[in-house]
Design a protein around this ligand. Structure first.
Ligand code: RNT
Ligand code: ZN
Length: 412
């Protein structure tokens, strides 16, 4: 089918496919650096990431150096239509110095900023509160020991400064997302004190005022992690309250809720109390397994909610998955494109018609239009979108992914 035919088919439903393409072009997706190297980072140490998160698999091609990771990213971005962002973690510093977490500085990330400038890519940032001797007990900002808390508070403050400098250098606010693994394997006796300590540490970290044109603070909740099954100190209720009181962004990770909870449903609920959010788009399978996102119902519903509730302007879309059993660059490319495809489908829905039906309690029309729309030629519009961006699809795309994977397969 030609794009013109598809365009006419959508127009028949009152949907403007040109407007959808134009809108999609402007939506940046923050691609996470950690899919490229299984959440290892470039500190002078090796080993598991800890903190209850785990990349599994040993597919060849893991990026071992910042240069390899940037090469992999350049390749991935070349196959993703549009202009996107990179989400860096503090442990991905690029320097010969070996600063501890409480010693990191903007200079340690300068090569990333230079690269981002060259590629016209915005940067987001994360302090790293795991994979460190002082986080071995899965307690950081809520640790009973003031000295350990202070160490992590300093790391968090420095991360905020680095994020602000990145935002200033690139002319685009850098979202600095705070996630700590803190929790207990077995039922704690004093959750209250742990949460009060976390709150106190966050207050200290967030006390220095930063310019919102340069950086935005976000906080990420979690239900449980491996090793902290009984209690996560920074639970959803904890951070929702905190974000509302302090005016930070709230980060909703799709893997951080009970599997039957629907993140798409949460967006409008929190949107009434918060200005902006960060999404960690992920795919939990039975637990927070961080599988690569598919173009499945969860992602489609999320995209639809962002469009129909008019939340795109208040939402920073970040990805958070890591699979080491498949080509890491293919995971990035296919996962990020899936997010874009979901947004495109949402932008091509006859939202006004569906809303009018719902308001008139005509649930039959809402049902039948939604189902009939599943046969619309979304793929043809996507092909047009990628063709305009000079990005391949289908067998050509897979050929490119295979070619690059075979080039990096002799690493390690
Ligand atoms: C962990 C959180 C967190 C991490 C990254 C690496 O459960 O989802 O966002 O995945 O910070
Ligand atoms: Zn996350």
């Amino acid at each position: 089918m030609s794009y013109e035919t598809a365009k006419a088919a959508f127009a028949d439903w009152g949907v403007d496919s040109e407007a959808a393409l134009e809108k999609l072009r402007t939506i940046p997706i923050s691609m996470h650096c950690w899919q490229g190297d299984d959440v290892v980072g470039f500190e002078q140490k090796t080993g598991a990431s800890g903190g209850g998160i785990q990349a599994t698999g040993n597919h060849p091609g893991r990026a071992r150096t910042p240069d390899e990771l940037r090469a992999d990213l350049d390749f991935a971005y070349s196959l993703i239509p549009g202009q996107h962002r990179l989400n860096l973690h503090a442990m991905y510093l690029d320097t010969d110095a070996a600063p501890d977490r409480d010693e990191i500085e903007f200079a340690h990330f300068a090569p990333w900023v230079d690269w981002a400038k060259d590629q016209d890519i915005g940067l987001d940032f994360n302090p790293t509160f795991f994979a460190h001797a002082k986080a071995d007990d899965n307690l950081t900002l809520s640790h009973p020991d003031q000295g350990i808390r202070d160490f992590w508070i300093e790391h968090g403050k420095r991360s905020r400064d680095i994020a602000a400098q990145m935002g200033a250098a690139l002319g685009s606010p850098c979202v600095n997302n705070i996630w700590v693994p803190d929790g207990y394997k077995d039922t704690p006796i004093d959750r209250m004190s742990a949460r009060a300590r976390l709150e106190g540490s966050l207050d200290a970290m967030l006390a220095p005022v930063q310019d919102k044109a340069q950086m935005l603070d976000a906080v990420e909740s979690k239900l449980f992690g491996i090793g902290v099954e009984a209690c996560t100190v920074g639970s959803h209720e904890f951070y929702m309250g905190y974000a509302i009181r302090k005016g930070t962004l709230l980060c909703l990770d799709m893997g951080h809720f009970h599997p039957t909870e629907n993140i798409a449903d949460k967006l409008s609920a929190v949107a009434l109390s918060l200005d902006e959010f960060l999404l960690h788009v992920s795919r939990p399978m039975r637990w927070d397994s961080d599988h690569v996102i598919l173009l499945n119902d969860d992602i489609l519903q999320m995209a639809q909610e962002l469009v129909s509730a008019d939340l795109l302007g208040r939402t920073h879309i970040g990805l958070d998955f890591f699979d080491a059993t498949i080509s890491r660059t293919a995971a990035w490319v296919i996962g990020t494109r899936n997010m874009q495809k979901a947004l495109l489908r949402a932008l091509l829905m006859p939202v006004d018609q569906l809303r009018a039906a719902e308001n008139a309690l005509d649930f039959t029309t809402r049902f039948s239009v939604t189902e009939e729309f599943k046969d619309m030629p979304f793929g043809t519009v996507w092909a047009e979108f990628s063709a305009r961006a000079d990005v391949p699809n289908g067998r050509r795309l897979i050929g490119e992914l295979d070619r690059y994977q075979s080039e990096v397969s002799d690493r390690d």
